[in-house]
Every structure is written in structure tokens, then in C-alpha cells.
Write a protein that binds this ligand. Structure first.
Ligand SMILES: Cc1cc2nc3c(=O)[nH]c(=O)nc-3n(C[C@H](O)[C@H](O)[C@H](O)COP(=O)(O)OP(=O)(O)OC[C@H]3O[C@@H](n4cnc5c(N)ncnc54)[C@H](O)[C@@H]3O)c2cc1C
Ligand code: FES
Ligand code: FES
Length: 1292
């Protein structure tokens, strides 16, 4: 698509895990004479798969040049597009849904978006935009529930009348299905040429003859081929797409069940089963129901639309969701080969080893038989995955039991698990233990079965995939859940009569997303209508982003002779490089050159905080993933092939350090280490009622910006001048770094940034290093060189948020007052210094959060390890800092047995005129207002009572609540970074071009700057354009970071506009009734300059670490967040059922942008604290290198009720138009989900008599939450002795 300049379809992962590449595929089905449309991941579709199909990309849906489609319009106008990189994929998923169902239900929309990741928005605005296509009233009343979910608070209706809204749906274009593109009629004729199975054999035979290939058949629908070729370098000499082989799609009903063609997609199988279900009595459709339930959870909709039933069976993944159910359900396959046809049962013998079945290579699965169930038979499926949707499971299971009439004695039982070994496994001994002795199904039988199951399905402590205890406990939990359903069945069969108390446990967690509230304030009554400041103006590029027209770095058209760069990275954590052999790479087609450290004409190292980081390793490597050299070739594929052919010799160096403990033991730190203290901590500990010590470990976080690191460096051709187009938050930093690497002055390098597809702190330091290497290649070859990292490379190379180990000692009184705290933070900085010392500084400056602890000491160290270097990430250490503190407060509450929120947090919060531990005076008034309003809006007290009742009534499901405050310092403590500049040109036609130093990465900075210029010049925003950020228009800029972009650049733009406005004053005086255009024209004729620069010096902030005092922040942004979760204690699965955020952001410049930042940051925080896990192998290799292994929040993680309130009547004299910075502060509020989970876990533990503090590290994944509940099932799992085995993953 790139070659035909269709750049709207984005590439975010290449593995089907992000949905950025979603397209609509349409097929004509001759059997039914219908056209089907389905969404699919373009990155997984081999071309042969598309024979006879019509593919619609986002460009075919609508464009600004013709007409935009209602889906594009609604996602854009509902503020569902921030950086916009995910937007075309979102559009295509919903567009396809609407092609099939023009008036969808809410559930259809969330299903359609299951496989589309967005790292910016928090999904709420996307859902709200799409909700406008639904007909039904979307509130609990739609389901006929009793009390309205909105009772007791502002109802939606009231809100709509009295409060301003983020968008006006009356403006929306109506959806008119008759206007859609039609299916190309010529493709209907192609369907006559559909094939049968014989064709496959002819093709195989012919190829075997021609290519000399033996049994090289590879029938492929999609999924394994593209990733094989792209990521594993596997060559498939023959790929047969059977999409048009009719025999593979036949469905035949028999008296015993149904034969389903193996080529049917999982979506088709699911629809078929759902169609069949009502046609038969329930007792006959047990297998159908279990299968259809499980099918709905396989991957995402895009995956299910293309993955085939036969493919899922034959790929024989150990954690296939279908195989355990098919096997337990007594299904079988019909296979065919030149030798004839045979039927093979799908049982324990079918799955031989990892990815292998007993079928012969030449055999083709034609169809799968799904039998009817018998009276007295029960079939169920269970799964638990790291994320609720679009995620391979941790453990999955299919179970079937058969009772003869009137008896509770088991006649037949089969239990299969996935995720418990290299294949789908049968728990045969367990089944035998239950059924062989003709015992009734009762508690005693089950207890014995648990013990047998534990012995039968043993995982070694270092089993691949880790989570050994959890996986083992899940096998028991699933059996227990099955038991509850069996008991219910036996009760229905009148075999048992006892009342069942635990039926609630088999209900799924709630999942209906309800409309939330976004409450903000009207602009003042006297504000001019034309003045956009304070209004929810749409992101200025949202429409271009939703139509796919928005240009990102990799969308810049290829130039003649352009080369592509692929990196070669270290496979060792700590080693000497003994050899570098590039000869083989250089011989490969298309490879032009290999760039090594020797080629760098200028500085080979970058210096930070006195430490040096080499651009390309020469003598030694200090982490897996360190860059060693780069291959440049004519195409991306050739460059990658070249990179794979480079040979590097290593000699391992002793004792690589991976964990903070190992680093501390060896005193391996990046200096300076910091300490800060107020009061006298040691003395205070002597006078308190209680002293408690604890520790808390927090994992890191991958930025997972949707657009990976991307850059293009173009030599201008004379006087060593270069244009660098880079996806960076800091164009000046990149410009300087390139100039240094090339040994040329900065005035020869221009860095351009049009927009960034998300950054979150990850596109500052590492991006500059990558740009240097690309620039060296451009310099050496004198060609334009492009470098766009694959997702896996990006995750490996570019670093993440710092993992932290926090240790604390806290002294407190009986009433909960904390008198002293001593806190130590160890951050895992990785192999280079990057910004780690600054992260440590910011950690220590936030160890008080919202609390006045009279004696407080903090110490922080950046540990130097042999992991890839970590870097800035939204919040810059604050999310780690406060988390340790809040966990300490929770411990205090648990020691005292008092509520953490209402007692411990409130009693310790700053009151009245306050001073931080570094001597900064401030008023906590708005902090308290946020806190009180949050409690009130969330109806905290009533919800707490309701949760207590729920917990009393439920043994295995618990509800937990939490409310957390935030006080977040805004601006850079390094004073010089607070400056900003702008350049504003007014053209003779009255149009205005604004340039400033900030970059647009989704946060809406350019939109806000447009608003500022509009107000200051008194002209509508439509006359103002912002083209890009570039170092030749506004030089010497600071990074767009620290939530300070609007504050700094806004003042600079204002300054420039005010200068221009004043210059025009005499003209205006002469012609007060004239138009803007007439004034501009007159000014030009009067020789008045229509171009002005603006500058903002920024506040003079500082921190004196020797005196442990300073003014490192301009002001504080405050907020509070409530969260309630429901937790399934048997599996650790949870759902945030409600979130209320109250945020003090002064007077918002643009409420839609600010609410978008709050929601997006909250969800990123939810990911950090409850979901996202970076896993490293014992030799320091990052395992989690893509969305399949690393789960960021998806639509399924959005709180069911998500309300955001901007605090009214707040002013801020320190920032433009009395606003406040908001990019980072609300990320920490995601921890409310963590603490709500912890609250629910505490409720579960208390039932087992476990009270007091307990460890629960972050993220609180289902694994950690389940194990912390300490249920009888987890207690049964024998713990492995630490040190007796090598764990699969490091605990860094
Ligand atoms: C991002 C992602 C998420 C996923 N999530 C899940 C999940 O949660 N749960 C789950 O169970 N699965 C999941 N899958 C697996 C998915 O459902 C597919 O089953 C799997 O990817 C195989 O793809 P396919 O059906 O296109 O088969 P293909 O890739 O076409 O084939 C797989 C193998 O089977 C062989 N084969 C295919 N059809 C036949 C046939 N009729 N006869 C003989 N051999 C045949 C092929 O030659 C090939 O070797 C996921 C896959 C992806 C990419
Ligand atoms: S790029 Fe295709 S799903 Fe991510
Ligand atoms: S707007 Fe969705 S990833 Fe940026």
C-alpha cells in the first residue's frame, strides 16, 4: 500500500496485536449469493489470501477531498483522536461493523474494537463517538434493571441541559448505508472459478516436481505465515490459501452432530453455532454452547474473522482456547490425503508435542465434527488471560461430565487444559479418580480430585511462561467452578436438593459500559463567541487523522535512491566484542553498507551527567539490545536480511547485574545518589506508638507509543547540510546530537517534526541516539536514510519506565497520624545513565504526595545494571514515588485495622498554609476540594456500605474501593528548560502561520496554541495554521515534557501575537470597522513587519540538594480519584466498575483536550499498576517484545462508569490564562484501581482469618491478586524453594 501512497493503514506491530492496520475485506459467497464484509489485520494477510476479495482501506471510507464518513467524523468530533496513529484502524473496525449492522448495540461496538489499541485516549471518547450510532438507550434501564444507575447524582439529562458538552451530536452527518462503496461486480464472476480439494493436491504435486520440495504443503489462512516470514525469517516456498476451496467450507448436519468445514473462520463457526443453538433442545447443545462461549474470547474480532477452525487445531498452540473444548467435547476431524479420507478423534493422542499433531504432513483437515450432547451431560469452558480480551490465555480448559438419569455418579468425564505444558493436556488421572469408583459427585470426591490434579499437572518451577503457582492454582479453580456448575445441573436434574450458596461465583464479571460524565465549566458569560479559549475545540488534526491523511514520519514519500537502515544489536548482556564480520551481509542483494562506530565522523559518544554512552558499541556490550552496527540497504526487507547476516563474536564478561539488589550489593550506581530530610526522623521514631517496616516493588512500563521510533535523514547535497525528519519530543536535542555525531555545526542540521504518533517521554534521549546513527549512514552513503523500528526492536532498544524497589520504615500514632517516615528508592536504570538521576530527583521531591509528615527522609539511587537503559516516561518517577508512599499508608491502615481512605489519608493530608519537605509554600485548599468532591460525587460512603454487604454475601467474589489524592509539581526544576520561543507570521491574505518549540504528540498542543493565537489576534482559529515544529523556525527549544508544553509555549505564542497586535494598533485606530484582512493589507503597504518572535523566560526554579531546599516547581496540579473494582478471587480477574476523578486544572484552555489527557493518563496508570509486565530472561533478554506478550489496556479495561469532573472556581496565576499543566498528574490516579484491588484482596483474606499488612507488588496482575487472596486452592500449591531453580524470568 505504501507504493501506491495509501498510507492511512498504519503499521504498529506487524503481529495482529494492535489493530492499527485494520482494513475491511469483502468476499462474494457463491453458496449463499451474499457479500460478506469483515475486519482484518492487514499485517497478517498474505496477498494470495485476497484473491477475489475487495479490500477497503481508510482512504476508501472517506476523505477531506471528497466527503468524510460519519464514523470518521464522530470519532474525531467526540475527541477520540489524539495522536491519531490508531484512528484509521478504529475507523475501519467500526466502519466494518456498520456495514454489517448499521444500528449496532453497545456490545457490538466494544466487540468490534476489542483488537484496536489506543495508547492516548483512554478509549472513552472513541466509545462515546461510536455510541451515537446505537439506537438503544444506553443506561442500566435499557436492560430493564431496577434503580437507574445514575440515580443519586447528576442524571445525564440534567447534565445535558445545564452543563456544557464536549461535542454536539446534532452536528453529526447521518449514517446513510446506501452511500457506501459497492462490491466490485467483476469479482462476483471470479467466484465461479472456486476450487475443490483436488486442486490443492495438483498444486502441491506440481510444486514438488518443480521445486523438489517434499511435503511442503502449507495451507495457510493468515496468521502463521506473515509473522513467520517477517519475524522468524522462515521461507515458505509454497503458500496455499484455501479461502476459495469450497469443500473446506461445507457445513453438514447429521443426527449426531454437525460437520463444520475446517476452513470456516472462527467468526463463522461462532455465528453458525449461535444459529443452531435455538434449533435444538438445550441438552443437545452443551458442546455448541461451550465452544461458542470460548470462540468469542479467542484473540480479537479481526483475528477471529480470518483464523480458521482447522488452522487453530493444526497450529496446535499449547494455549489454544479451542482444542481443550473440542477434545473434552468428543469432537473429531475428518482428514484427507492422496491416500484417502479418515476420521481422527481430537483426544490426548492428537496433540503430540509443541505445535505438532499426529496427522501426517500431507493430510488436510477437511472438517471438524461437533457432536450433540446427551441428556445428563454438561460441557463448560474456562479461561484466564493476562488481559480480559484480545489476549492468549494463561490457562484455558474444557470440561465435560455425563451423569446417567437420576444419579450423581459420573458415567463419563473428560478434562483438558491448555497453558499447562507444551501441548493441550488431558487430566486423565483426575478424571479416573472421580469416575472410576462410582462415587457420587460430592465434596469428598472433589477434594480427592484436587489432590490428584495437583500431582498430575505438575509444572517445573522454571517452566517457560513462568506464573507456575498461578497456573497450577487455576487448574484447581476451574475445576472448582465446574463443580459449582455441576451441582447446579444436578439440582436441576433433581438429583440433589441442597440450596446452592455459591452460584454467584459462576456469573461473569460485569461488563456493560455505561455513559460517563465529563463535567467542566462554561466560559465566562462576557467572553466573545469568537474566542475559543476555554471551549472544547476538537484536535485540529483529528479529521485528517481519522481519514488517514495525517502525515507521520514514515508516511513521507520515498525519495530517489533512499536507503533503509536496520540495526544489529547485542545478544549478550555483558561481553567483550571479539569479532564483527559483515562480509556475508555485504554480499546480500540490496545491501549497500554497514555502519559501525568507526564510521562516525564526529563524536562517537553522547555525554550525560558526566557519563558516556556510545552510539554504537565497539569493544564491549553492556546489555542485550545494545546497538552494535547498522545495515543500510535499498529496501526494508533487504536491510533486515542484511542485519540478520552480520556475525558478532563475544567473550562473556563475568557477573552481569540485573536486579537492583545485585547492583546495590556491588555499589553499581549512577551518581549522584540523593537524600532529602525534613525534621528529625531518627528522634521521631522514638516517640511514636507504632513502627512498621515494609517494601514495595514496582515493575517498569513500556511506552508503547503506537508509532514506533521513526526517522528519515536527508542530505541536502551541499555544505554538509541535512534535513532530519524525526518523531521526537525534542527537535533541538536531536539537531544537536546529529551535529555532534557528524562533527558539523548545528546550523547545518534542521530537525522537522510534523506530528508524533505518541511519545510519553520515550522519544527524547533514545530517539536522538537513533537519529545520530541514521545521520551517520546518510552522511556516509550520501543518500536519504530511513529508520523505522519494528515494535519488537523498539521495545528491546528504547528502554522503559524505571522499575523501582521501595523500602520504608514508618512511625505512627494510634489515631493514624504518621510522625516519621524513612523511605529508600532503588531505581533500575539499566546500562546507561540517560535521565536516571533526574528521575531519582523527582522521586524524592514527591515522597510527600498530599501528606504532611513532620519528619520525613527520602534516599534515592539509580542502579546501574546490564539491562537496556531506562528513560523518561510520563510522570518521570512520580508514579513510582507516590506509589511506595501510598502503599506505606495502606500498611499503616492495616496495622491499625482502620480504613485507609477516610482515616489514614485524611488525617495526614496537608491542612491550611503548608510547606513541602523541601520548603516550598503552597495552599492545599484545592487538594481538599478535589478530595471532598470526589468522595461526594462517587457516593463513597454508600458505596463502601454496599461493597461490605456484597462481600458478606459472596465468598469468591469481592468488591474493593479506594480513593487516592495527587499533588503534582509542574515545570522543570532545571530552570533553563522552562523557556520557550515562538515565531508568528501573518501573510498578506490575513492567514497566520504559528511556529513554536513544542511538538504535537497527541496532547493537542498545536490546537491549544491555535486557541491562544486566536484570542490574542482576535481572529478565528480557522485563519491560523501550524505546519510543523522545526529548528530553523524556532531554535534552541526545550523538550515537550513535564506537563509544561502549554504553559511555556502558550506564553511565547501569546508574546509574539501581542507584539503583532500592537504593531497593527495604529492601523486599527485609523480604520476601527475594518476587517482583519484589511488591516493586514494596510500594514503591509505601510511597511509594518508582519512577523514576530515571542519568548517566555519561564520561572526561575531550582533545587539545592545540599541544603535540601528549593523551589523546583512553579505550582501544583491537584486531584483525587475514586475507584471500585469487582474481583474474582478464584482467578484474579477484576473489572473496574466505577471511577470518579476530580481534577484541579485551573481554568482549562481546552476542556476536551484536558479531559482527554486525564482519561488517557488514568488508563495508562491503570496499565502500569495492574496490567503491564516487562519480563526478562535470566540472561537479560526482554521476552515481552510485542502486544502479544505485553498487554496495555484495551477497550475491555475501561471502567464501566468513568466520570471526570474539572474542579470549578480554580485559578492559577502561574500559567497562561490561569490554566494548569495536566499531561502527567493523572497517571498516578490509575493506582486507585490497584488499591481497590488490594482492598478486595484484603476482604478475601480476612475470611481466611488473615489480617494486617500483606505484600502485593505492582502491577497487581490477575496472578498477583489471585495468589494474594490466599484461597484454599492457592494454599494447596507447594511453593518452590527460592534458589533451588532458575526462574523463567528475572525479578528486576
Ligand atoms: C494476535 C493473535 C492472537 C491470537 N489469540 C488467540 C487466542 O486468544 N486463543 C486461541 O486459541 N488462538 C489465538 N490465536 C491463534 C489464532 O486463532 C489462529 O488459530 C492461529 O493464528 C492459526 O492461524 P490460522 O487459522 O490462520 O491458520 P494458518 O496460519 O493458516 O495455519 C496454521 C497451521 O495449520 C496448518 N493448517 C491450516 N489449515 C489446515 C487444514 N485445513 N489442514 C491441515 N493443516 C492446516 C497450516 O499449514 C499451518 O501450518 C491468535 C493469533 C494471533 C495472531
Ligand atoms: S500492525 Fe497489524 S495488528 Fe498491529
Ligand atoms: S490516539 Fe490512539 S494511539 Fe494515539
Amino acid at each position: 500500500m505504501t507504493s501506491v501512497r495509501l498510507t492511512g493503514t498504519k503499521y504498529g506491530c506487524g503481529g495482529g496485536g494492535c489493530g492499527a492496520c485494520t482494513v475491511m475485506v469483502s468476499h462474494y459467497r457463491p453458496a449463499t449469493k451474499t457479500i460478506t464484509h469483515y475486519s482484518a489485520n492487514a499485517c497478517l494477510l498474505p496477498l494470495c489470501q485476497l484473491h477475489g476479495a475487495a479490500v477497503t482501506t481508510v482512504e476508501g471510507v472517506g476523505s477531506t477531498r471528497t466527503r468524510i464518513h460519519p464514523v470518521q467524523e464522530r470519532i474525531a468530533k467526540a475527541h477520540g483522536s489524539q495522536c491519531g496513529f490508531c484512528s484509521p484502524g478504529m475507523v475501519m473496525s467500526v466502519y466494518t461493523l456498520l456495514r454489517n449492522r448499521p444500528q449496532p448495540a453497545m456490545d457490538d461496538i466494544t466487540h468490534a474494537l476489542q483488537g484496536n489499541l489506543c495508547r492516548c485516549t483512554g478509549y472513552r471518547p472513541i466509545i462515546d463517538g461510536c455510541r451515537t450510532f446505537c439506537q438503544e438507550a444506553d443506561c442500566c434501564q435499557a436492560n430493564g434493571a431496577g434503580d437507574c444507575c445514575l440515580n443519586g447524582e447528576e442524571t445525564l439529562e440534567e447534565t445535558q441541559h445545564e452543563k456544557p458538552e464536549l461535542f454536539d451530536k446534532r452536528e453529526f452527518l447521518p449514517l446513510d448505508p446506501t452511500q457506501e462503496l459497492i462490491f466490485p461486480p467483476e469479482l462476483i464472476f471470479l467466484s465461479d472459478k472456486d476450487k475443490n480439494l483436488k486442486t490443492i493436491y495438483k498444486v502441491v504435486e506440481k510444486n514438488n516436481k518443480n521445486l523438489g520440495i517434499k511435503a511442503q504443503k502449507n495451507i495457510n489462512f493468515v496468521h502463521s505465515v506473515c509473522p513467520d516470514i517477517k519475524f522468524k525469517g522462515i521461507l515458505h516456498p509454497l503458500i496455499i490459501s484455501p479461502t476459495r476451496v469450497l469443500d473446506l467450507f461445507e457445513v453438514t448436519q447429521t443426527p449426531h452432530g454437525v460437520w463444520v468445514g475446517a476452513g470456516c473462520s472462527l467468526t463463522e463457526v461462532c455465528s453458525l453455532l449461535e444459529k443452531l443453538l435455538p434449533q435444538f433442545p438445550e441438552e443437545k447443545t452443551e458442546v455448541f454452547r461451550a465452544l461458542s462461549q470460548q470462540l468469542g474470547k479467542v484473540g480479537s474480532l479481526q483475528i477471529r474473522n480470518v483464523a480458521s477452525l482447522g488452522g487453530n487445531i493444526m497450529i496446535a498452540y499449547p494455549n489454544s482456547d479451542l482444542n481443550p473444548v473440542l477434545a473434552a467435547g468428543n469432537c473429531k476431524v475428518s482428514v484427507i490425503s492422496n491416500g484417502g479420507r479418515r476420521e481422527v478423534p481430537l483426544n490426548q493422542d492428537f496433540f503430540v508435542s509443541f505445535g505438532k499433531t499426529i496427522l501426517k504432513p500431507e493430510e488436510i483437515v477437511v472438517s471438524v465434527f461437533i457432536p450433540f450432547s446427551r441428556k445428563g451431560e454438561l460441557v463448560r469452558a474456562y479461561r484466564q488471560a493476562p488481559r480480559k480480551e484480545s489476549s492468549f490465555c494463561t490457562v484455558t480448559s474444557g470440561m465435560r461430565v455425563f451423569f446417567s438419569q437420576g444419579s450423581s455418579v459420573v458415567q463419563d468425564l473428560s478434562i483438558y487444559y491448555g497453558g499447562m505444558g507444551p501441548t493441550t493436556v488431558s487430566a486423565t488421572q483426575t478424571c479416573t479418580a472421580i469416575s472410576v469408583s462410582f462415587r457420587p459427585w460430592d465434596d469428598e470426591t472433589l477434594q480427592r480430585a484436587y489432590d490428584v490434579l495437583l500431582d498430575e499437572l505438575v509444572l517445573p518451577p522454571s517452566a517457560p511462561g513462568g506464573k507456575v503457582e498461578f497456573r497450577r492454582s487455576l487448574t484447581l479453580s476451574f475445576l472448582f467452578k465446574f463443580n459449582l456448575e455441576v451441582l447446579q445441573k444436578l439440582r436441576e436434574m433433581n438429583v440433589i436438593t441442597e440450596e446452592l450458596l455459591e452460584t454467584m461465583q459462576i456469573q461473569p464479571l460485569p461488563r456493560e459500559i455505561q455513559p460517563g460524565l465529563q463535567v467542566f465549566q462554561h466560559v465566562p458569560k462576557d467572553q466573545r463567541d469568537q474566542d475559543p479559549v476555554g471551549r472544547p475545540i476538537m484536535h485540529r488534526s483529528a479529521i485528517s487523522q481519522a481519514t488517514g491523511e495525517a502525515v507521520y514520519c514514515d508516511d513521507i514519500p520515498r525519495t530517489d535512491g533512499e536507503l533503509f537502515l536496520a540495526l544489529v544489536t547485542s545478544s549478550r548482556a555483558h561481553a567483550k566484542i571479539t569479532g564483527l564480520d559483515v562480509s556475508q551481509a555485504l554480499r546480500l542483494p540490496g545491501v549497500v553498507d554497514v555502519i559501525t562506530a568507526k564510521d562516525v565522523p564526529g563524536q562517537k559518544v553522547r555525554k550525560m551527567f558526566g557519563y558516556e554512552e556510545v552510539l554504537l558499541a565497539e569493544a564491549e556490550v553492556s546489555c542485550v539490545g545494545q546497538m552494535i552496527c547498522a545495515v543500510v540497504a535499498d529496501t526494508r526487507a533487504h536491510a533486515k536480511r542484511g542485519a540478520a547476516a552480520v556475525k558478532i563474536g563475544y567473550e562473556d564478561l563475568p557477573e552481569p547485574l540485573f536486579t537492583v539488589e545485585e547492583a546495590s550489593e556491588k555499589s553499581s550506581f549512577f551518581e549522584p545518589r540523593r537524600m532529602i530530610e525534613k525534621g528529625n526522623v531518627a528522634e521521631a521514631f522514638k516517640t511514636v506508638d507504632h513502627v512498621h517496616q515494609g517494601e514495595f516493588r514496582m515493575g517498569g512500563q513500556e511506552h508503547f507509543y503506537m508509532e514506533t521510533q521513526s526517522m528519515l535523514v536527508v542530505p541536502v547535497g551541499e555544505e554538509t547540510e541535512f534535513n532530519a525528519y524525526v518523531s521526537t519530543q525534542w527537535p533541538t536535542g536531536t539537531q544537536d546530537a546529529i551535529a555532534e555525531a557528524l562533527g558539523i555545526p548545528s546550523n547545518r542540521v534542521t530537525c522537522h517534526v510534523k506530528r508524533i504518533g505518541g511519545a510519553f517521554g520515550g522519544k527524547v534521549v533514545k530517539t536522538a541516539t537513533l537519529a545520530c546513527i541514521t545521520a551517520v549512514a546518510a552522511w556516509k552513503t550520501n543518500c536519504a536514510v530511513r529508520c523505522v523500528l519494528e515494535r519488537g526492536e523498539d521495545m528491546l532498544i528504547s528502554g522503559a519506565r524505571h522499575p523501582v524497589l521501595g523500602k520504608y520504615k514508618v512511625g505512627f500514632m494510634n489515631d493514624g497520624r504518621i510522625m516519621a517516615a524513612d523511605m529508600q528508592y532503588y531505581t533500575n536504570a539499566g546500562n546507561t545513565v540517560d535521565e536516571s538521576p533526574l528521575v531519582v530527583d523527582k522521586i524524592l521531591l514527591h515522597i510527600d504526595n498530599a501528606y504532611n509528615i513532620p519528619n520525613l527522609r527520602g534516599r534515592g539511587a539509580a542502579c546501574r545494571t546490564n539491562l537496556p537503559s531506562n528513560t523518561a516516561f510520563r510522570g518521570f518517577g512520580v508514579p513510582q514515588s507516590i506509589m511506595v508512599l501510598e502503599n506505606m499508608l495502606n500498611d499503616v491502615a492495616m496495622v491499625l485495622g482502620r480504613p485507609a481512605d477516610q482515616v489514614i489519608r485524611e488525617i495526614n493530608m496537608y491542612q491550611g498554609p503548608s510547606v513541602t519537605h523541601y520548603g516550598l509554600e503552597f495552599s492545599p485548599e484545592n487538594l481538599w476540594r478535589c478530595w471532598d468532591q470526589c468522595k461526594e460525587k462517587s457516593d463513597y460512603a454508600a458505596r463502601r456500605r454496599a461493597a461490605d454487604r456484597f462481600n458478606q454475601d459472596n465468598c469468591w467474589k469481592k468488591r474493593g474501593l479506594a480513593i487516592v489524592p495527587i499533588k503534582y509539581g509542574i515545570a522543570f526544576a532545571e530552570s533553563f528548560l522552562n523557556q520557550a520561543a515562538a515565531l508568528v507570521h501573518v501573510y498578506k491574505d490575513g492567514s497566520v502561520l504559528v511556529s513554536h518549540g513544542g511538538t504535537e504528540m497527541g496532547q493537542g498542543l498545536h490546537t491549544k496554541m491555535q486557541q491562544v493565537a486566536s484570542r490574542e489576534l482576535g481572529i478565528p482559529p480557522s485563519k491560523i495554521y501550524i505546519s510543523e515544529t522545526s529548528t530553523n523556525t524556532v531554535p534552541n527549544t526545550c523538550p515537550s515534557a513535564a506537563s509544561y508544553g502549554t504553559d511555556a509555549n502558550g506564553m511565547a505564542v501569546r508574546n509574539a501575537c501581542q507584539t503583532l497586535y500592537q504593531r497593527l494598533e495604529p492601523i486599527r485606530q485609523k480604520n476601527p470597522k475594518g476587517s482583519w484582512e484589511s488591516w493586514v493589507k494596510a500594514a503591509f503597504l505601510d511597511k509594518i513587519s508582519l512577523s514576530a518572535t515571542g519568548f517566555y523566560r519561564g520561572p526561575d526554579l531550582y533545587m539545592d540538594w545540599d541544603k535540601m531546599a528549593g523551589r523546583p516547581y512553579a505550582y501544583f496540579t491537584f486531584g483525587a480519584c475514586f475507584c471500585e473494582v469487582e474481583l474474582d478471587c478464584l482467578t484474579g480477574d477484576y473489572r473496574a466498575v466505577r471511577t470518579d476523578i476530580v481534577m484541579d486544572i485551573g481554568r482549562s484552555v481546552n476542556p476536551s483536550m484536558d479531559i482527554g489527557q486525564i482519561e488517557g493518563a488514568f488508563l495508562q496508570g491503570l496499565g502500569l499498576y495492574t496490567l503491564e509486565e516487562l519480563k526478562f530472561s535470566p540472561s537479560g533478554l526482554l521476552y515481552t517484545r510485542g502486544p502479544s506478550q505485553y498487554k496495555i489496556p484495551a477497550v475491555c479495561d475501561v471502567p464501566l462508569r468513568f466520570n471526570v469532573y474539572l474542579l470549578p472556581d480554580s485559578h492559577n496565576p502561574h500559567a497562561i490564562y490561569s490554566s494548569k499543566g495536566i499531561g502527567e498528574p493523572s497517571l498516578f490516579l490509575g493506582s486507585s484501581v490497584f488499591f481497590a484491588i488490594k482492598d478486595a484482596v484484603a476482604a478475601a483474606r480476612s475470611e481466611s482469618g488473615l489480617v494486617g499488612p500483606f505484600p502485593l507488588d505492582s502491577p497487581a496482575t490477575p496472578e498477583r491478586a489471585c495468589l494474594a487472596c490466599a484461597s484454599p486452592f492457592t494454599q494447596k500449591i507447594p511453593a518452590s524453594t527460592p534458589g533451588s531453580f532458575k526462574p523463567w524470568a528475572l525479578n528486576i
